[in-house]
Structure formats: structure tokens, C-alpha cells
Design a binder for this molecule. Structure first.
Ligand code: NAP
Length: 315
């Protein structure tokens, strides 16, 4: 017999895993699809200190591992596949992946967001060769080297603090003259003697052959450019980019309502413009993108999916 899931969840970050937990626990047949690693952005976060109850400052990967175990314990299936196309207008929704096609009575879309690039010459070529978007993954390569962290938000400043455990010097390069990060995070950075700041500055070009060897900075107030080269002994340095995120909503363009930046527009019950389709987590228009709000979205979406199925599929 054809397998039609009660709920298919796209994305196994905190929102998707929370939706999966609630759906499986609610005895709905639940499939969670993830195109890469489970956990989304927290999978690459060193410390999750602001998730209630996480007093031992759990690392992102350990929190994710527990969420995954909990989902599976209640019967959710997690599979790796990349959804390429969706057909959501019929009563039974169809999701076409690279590996399989999936059918569902309801769909919870929780694809999260991925790092925004600087979009400057040399960035793509040097990614993985000195340019990184994940301190947890790559900090170790820069033990006793210099690193630059680009951005002024929570991610940039938190990751800069983390990088001081490895690098001998960390310079935060920000395009404004003040940080955007929460005051408590800023205070820690200002107190850290290994952290320097370059204000009103952006990167214009990244240079190197094999590894990053130089970078061209531009002062936005004076318009002056300045080339910085790795010292001879080091031969290289790190550039960690944390300039925000882009919602992974492209395949839903023209199907689900979204704002100009590509974030899904939902109501308070995570309902999209299509009945039976819900959105949860960082992909959604919202005022706070955190693990705690993502898991909340997931739970609400799941309960609403259950109600939708009850009203539309049961006599
Ligand atoms: P964000 O808050 O959007 O900050 C992005 C930073 O990058 C801003 O300072 C921005 O400058 C700068 N920027 C953007 N485009 C740039 C470009 N092309 N060149 C140079 N700089 C650029 O992003 P985020 O720090 O990744 O945080 C994302 C969300 O996750 C936020 O809601 C944040 O609160 C949350 N978060 C929370 C925590 C925590 O609570 N512990 C940790 C990490 C993330 P402007 O200031 O000029 O806009």
C-alpha cells in the first residue's frame, strides 16, 4: 500500500526536531527530511547558554543529539534527502526529493537559514582555505594564528570570543562604529584582551593561492583601502564571516507567501497560505530567531497539523 505520512517535516533543526517530537508523540506517522546534517545552525554552535535549563552550557551538537534521540524514541523517522519540488495544492501533498518522492496529509516546513556570504572577490575560492562560516568547525586550524571576524551581531561577537581560545589575536571587523550584538555579549568581548576592533570597515577582496594570504579592507568613512598581508612566519590567517543568514525558502517561491527577504509569512499558529502546510523556525517572519523560539514554533505547528488532519481526514 502507498505510504502516506500524516506529517512530513522538511528540515531537522530545532524547529523540525521539535515538530517531529510532538507529531510522533501524538501518534502521527512522522517523517523528518534533512538535506545535510541534523541540527541546523546549532550543530555548529559551540555553546548554547541561553536555552532554558541548559545550565551546563550544552554544546550545540550535544543538544541536537538529544533532540534526535528523543524524536526517534517516539517513532519519528529521520531521512537524508533534498527536496527539489513540492506540490502542495492537493489534499495529499507531494514532495519530490533527490532520492525519493514523499506523500503527506500535512507538511511542516522548517528549512532554517544558511550563512550570508560577503560576496567579494576571492571569497568563494578561499572558502575552506582560510575563509570559514563556522568557528566550531574550523577554529582549531587557527591555533596561534591571527583571525578576523566579520560582522557585528550576536553570532560574530560570540564566535569571536570562542575563537580567542585558539587564535593568538582576533579582530572584529564591523561596518558600523558600534556593535549590534546583545549588550551582555558585547561586554564580554570588550573585556577580552585578545579581541581588537576595526570599525566602519568592510572587506573588499580576499587574496591567496592555496590559502588566504591577504585581505583588502575598506574604511567606509574615509573611503581608504588598506591591504593586510599574513606575516611571513604564519603565511596565512583566518577570516570568519558572520554577517547574517538567508532563509532556505527558494523552492517555495510563488507557492507559499513570503516577505521581501524570503521569510515565510504565517499566522500565530504557524499556518501558511496553504491549508495543511505550516512553517516553523528561522525561515519564518518573526522578531526573535533563537533555539527557544524555533522549538516553540515546531510544537505549535505539530499540534495544528494534528488538528488539521483530524478535521480533514477523519470522519
Ligand atoms: P545579524 O543579527 O543579522 O547580524 C549580522 C551582522 O552582520 C550585522 O552586524 C550586520 O551589520 C553585519 N552585516 C550584514 N551584511 C554585511 C555585509 N555584507 N558586510 C559586512 N557586514 C555585514 O546576524 P547574526 O549575528 O548571525 O544573528 C542572527 C540571529 O540569530 C539574530 O536574531 C541573533 O540575535 C540570533 N543569535 C543569537 C545568539 C544568542 O542569543 N546567543 C547567538 C547567535 C545568533 P549591521 O549591524 O550594519 O546591520
Amino acid at each position: 500500500m502507498e505510504n502516506i505520512y500524516d506529517v512530513v517535516i522538511i528540515g531537522a533543526g530545532p524547529a523540525g526536531l521539535s515538530a517531529g517530537l510532538y507529531s510522533a508523540r501524538g501518534k502521527m506517522s512522522t517523517l523528518i527530511l534533512e538535506k545535510s546534517k541534523t541540527g541546523g545552525q546549532i550543530a555548529t554552535t559551540e555553546e548554547v547558554a541561553n536555552y532554558p535549563g541548559s545550565i551546563e552550557h550544552a554544546s550545540g551538537p550535544s543538544l541536537v543529539a538529544r533532540m534526535v534521540d528523543q524524536c526517534k524514541e517516539f517513532g519519528a523517522t529521520i531521512e537524508k534527502d533534498t527536496i527539489k519540488e513540492v506540490k502542495l495544492d492537493e489534499k495529499i501533498k507531494v514532495l519530490v526529493g533527490e532520492k525519493n518522492t514523499y506523500k503527506a496529509r500535512s507538511v511542516i516546513v522548517a528549512p532554517g537559514a544558511s550563512p550570508r556570504l560577503l560576496d567579494v572577490p576571492g571569497e568563494k575560492e578561499m572558502t575552506g582555505k582560510g575563509v570559514s562560516y563556522c568557528a566550531t568547525c574550523d577554529a582549531d586550524f587557527f591555533t596561534d594564528f591571527e583571525v578576523f571576524v566579520i560582522g557585528g551581531g550576536d553570532s560574530a561577537v560570540e564566535e569571536a570570543i570562542f575563537l580567542t581560545r585558539f587564535a593568538r589575536k582576533v579582530t572584529i571587523v564591523h561596518r558600523r562604529d558600534e556593535l549590534k550584538a546583545a549588550k551582555s555579549i558585547q561586554e564580554k568581548a570588550f573585556k577580552n584582551s585578545k579581541i581588537d576592533f576595526m570599525w566602519n570597515t568592510t572587506i573588499q577582496e580576499i587574496k591567496g593561492e592555496g590559502l588566504v594570504e591577504g585581505v583588502v579592507f575598506k574604511n567606509l568613512q574615509t573611503g581608504e583601502t588598506q591591504e593586510y598581508m599574513a606575516n611571513e612566519e604564519d603565511g596565512t590567517f583566518g577570516i570568519f564571516v558572520f554577517v547574517g543568514y538567508i532563509p532556505q525558502t527558494q523552492i517555495f517561491k510563488g507557492i507559499l507567501d513570503m516577505d521581501e527577504a524570503g521569510y515565510f509569512i504565517t499566522d500565530d499558529n504557524m499556518k501558511t497560505n496553504i491549508p495543511g502546510v505550516f512553517a516553523a523556525g528561522d525561515c519564518r517572519v518573526k522578531s526573535l530567531r533563537q533555539v527557544v523560539t524555533a522549538v516553540s514554533d515546531g510544537a505549535i505547528a505539530s499540534v495544528q497539523a494534528e488538528k488539521y488532519i483530524e478535521n480533514n481526514f477523519h470522519e
